[in-house]
Design a protein. Structure first.
Lengths: 116, 113
């Protein structure tokens, strides 16, 4: 597809369960980002990948959150032992490369995670 | 501690008039600023950006103004159209090459026909 895609669009889970959220970036984009948007807030940075490696994971709230990008394209955000406070829209973005001027990030539609 | 603030959660404007959305920031290291627009059930879409070496950047109906001394930027939309109704996020980063955007909380713009 032409844009960033994310699956599923909605995920409802129970407290304590494990979830995986998937992101397909724009083809050819080497940089990939995960953000979390809680109700009434702006997107909050979680992690950034340059290629296959996590160049900056300083935004991950705790060790229950983990993300991978094994082949430098698709990324999966993994949340263990989910808590009600994890409920939010998880946004993925990609850009042609990081560290360049006017590095526009293109966002996907997000996955709305609800933890009951 | 909110480094990027959008103090107006909502704004209503008549079609054809000017919409002015405001954003304040606290970190003097920020020198690259962006505006994103977000429709319901969609991801944010890049609208316009400005580097700190400029005080104005224009793209069609959209103009962003930057006042570094006041740590304030604004987005002007002229003329406003009903299709502009969306949530607008201001974002900032320490330089144009960085990846970590700090977003404000957004302003919901409603353009009335």
């Amino acid at each position: 597809g032409a844009g960033v895609s994310q699956t599923p669009s909605n995920k409802v889970t129970e407290k304590g369960k494990y979830v995986e959220l998937r992101c397909d970036p724009i083809s050819g984009h080497t940089a990939l980002y995960w953000y979390r948007q809680s109700l009434g807030q702006g997107p909050e940075f979680l992690i950034y990948f340059q290629g296959t490696g996590a160049a900056d994971d300083s935004g991950l709230p705790n060790d229950r959150f983990f993300a991978v990008r094994p082949e430098g394209s698709v990324s999966t955000l993994k949340i263990q032992r989910t808590e009600r406070g994890d409920s939010a829209v998880y946004l993925c973005a990609s850009s042609l490369l990081a560290g360049a001027s006017y590095n526009e990030q293109f966002f996907g539609p997000g996955t709305r995670l609800t933890v009951l | 501690d909110q480094q990027v603030k959008q103090n107006s959660p909502s704004l209503s404007v008549q079609e054809g008039r000017i919409s002015i959305l405001n954003c304040d920031y606290t970190n003097s290291m920020f020198d690259y600023f962006l505006w994103y627009k977000k429709y319901p059930a969609e991801g944010p879409t890049f609208l316009i950006s400005i580097s700190s070496i400029k005080d104005k950047n224009e793209d069609g109906r959209f103009t962003v103004f930057l006042n570094k001394s006041a740590k304030h930027l604004s987005l002007h939309i002229v003329p406003s159209q009903p299709g502009d109704s969306a949530v607008y996020f201001c974002a900032a980063s320490p330089n144009s090459g960085t990846y970590k955007y700090i977003f404000g909380t957004g302003t919901r713009l409603k353009v009335l026909a």
